[in-house]
Design a protein around this ligand. Structure first.
Ligand SMILES: [Zn+2]
Length: 419
């Protein structure tokens, strides 16, 4: 196929990818990975498969040699379709109606996958010929349940390493994400007491009452931590304001979100506090000697690490409750000044004639594993965040073509390719 044919075939490719269900759980991606390998080999490209969990293969193809290395990434799995009767068209039909392609994964993110497959196939011959620089295509597994046998394993194994990355998750044609993902800080508070008969509580030491005091104290400690002033990086402020607009738009769209701008800045800029699970005691007529709480806190990007929050809790709660760490991850973002971010920004301006809007997303994407490895990562792809995981998910052909053209611009510039 010529370049022109590849671009024109993107909608057809999206439909085909949707028609190969890769619902997670269980996250079976054998069929779709096989399809992508066949598609690549039909165009003369070899690819390799890395499988870190049964039936969850990842597909990687690379062209060119040496530095710089640019990674294009997209995940193959999708969330379940839910109640199929609520879909206007069957969720795995990939049906095209009035410029929209419908189906589970259209927005998140088989549209983006088709775009990066196409960009790779179109530009690979030029990169090959130029001989300086490597373009890596990666279709990965298991993003929707944490990406452990997907991008995380590939980064750990040194398969996905490079100088920059574009993750084609849905951002829409004129927006792009620079991260801003909050860090994870999940702990267990454990209170221990002394058992006694329920009729004589004075002889015991009630662990539930201790835990309740510990929870109140923990909330105060986090408030105090937040009052200490967490300074968000100034280079993130524009993206935070843009993001508030997006969330406000979504709330008007009836998604249930209802945030004001000031709420949003607070949400992003503070450590959140959510007691999620509580357990304790065994019998009504006994003084309980054990009680525990699972506490979920999220840490803002820039300046604070989950360990600081944990140490603050530990010292404040000493003698009241123990703090056990369940899971942590560092907050992350990519500076707007990084080359790959600037090129996407410039592409939106020059190719689309639109005003580019950098935004942040507080939830986690596979981009975190790349950023943790020090790889500047921009998230840019067709579709809208509000449609991800929704009924009647679709992607517009217009958006597919726009994001494709911007990405081609950015990749060409990244490698200094002549037209
Ligand atoms: Zn996604």
């Amino acid at each position: 196929m010529s370049e022109r044919d590849l671009r024109g075939d993107i909608p057809n490719l999206v439909s085909k990818l949707i028609q190969m269900p890769s619902v997670n759980p269980p996250g079976y991606t054998v069929n779709i990975a096989g399809f992508i390998r066949d598609w690549l080999s039909g165009l003369g490209f070899t690819s390799e498969v890395r499988e870190y969990a049964k039936d969850k293969p990842n597909v990687i193809a690379r062209v060119g040699r040496g530095k710089p290395v640019l990674i294009l990434n997209g995940h193959m799995d999708v969330v379940p379709p839910g109640d199929e009767s609520r879909w206007a068209y069957p969720p795995f039909s990939g049906k095209v109606v009035e410029g929209r392609i419908y189906g589970r994964g259209a927005t998140d993110m088989k549209g983006g996958l088709a775009v990066i497959m196409t960009v790779f196939a179109e530009l690979a011959p030029l990169i090959e010929r130029q001989g300086s620089g490597t373009l890596v295509f990666s279709a990965t597994a298991d993003e929707e349940t944490g990406g452990h046998p997907g991008v995380e394993a590939l980064v750990r194994d040194g398969v996905l390493v490079g100088d920059a990355a574009i993750v084609a998750e849905p951002s829409g044609g004129f927006r792009y994400y620079i991260g801003g993902e909050k860090g994870l800080c999940q702990v267990k508070l454990v209170a221990r007491g002394r058992p006694a008969h329920g009729s004589l509580p004075v002889l015991g030491d009630n662990a539930i009452m201790k835990l309740i005091r510990a929870i109140g104290k923990a909330e105060e400690l986090i408030d105090e931590f937040n009052r200490g002033g967490i300074k968000l990086p100034s280079e993130l402020m524009e993206a935070i304001e843009n993001s508030a607009e997006v969330y406000l738009e979504a709330s008007r769209g009836g998604s249930g979100l209802n945030l004001a701008l000031s709420d949003f800045e607070r949400v992003v800029g503070t450590v959140s506090f959510n007691p999620g699970v509580i357990r304790g005691g065994s019998k009504i007529n006994m003084v309980p000697d054990y009680a525990e709480l699972e506490l979920d806190m999220r840490v803002p990007p820039g300046g604070v690490s989950p360990n600081q929050v944990i140490n603050h809790l530990k010292s404040g709660l000493s003698g009241i409750a123990d703090v056990e760490v369940l899971d942590t991850s560092e907050p992350n973002y990519t500076s707007p000044g990084e080359t790959i971010v600037r090129l996407i920004h410039e592409g939106i301006e020059r190719v689309l004639g639109a005003t580019p809007k950098p935004i942040i997303v507080t939830g986690a994407t596979d981009g975190r594993y790349l950023r943790a490895r020090g790889i500047p990562t921009v998230v840019y792809g067709p579709g809208e965040l509000a449609l991800a995981h929704a009924y009647n998910e679709y992607v517009t052909i217009d958006d597919l073509v726009k994001t494709h053209d911007v990405m081609v611009y950015a990749v060409r510039r990244f490698f200094g390719l002549e037209k």
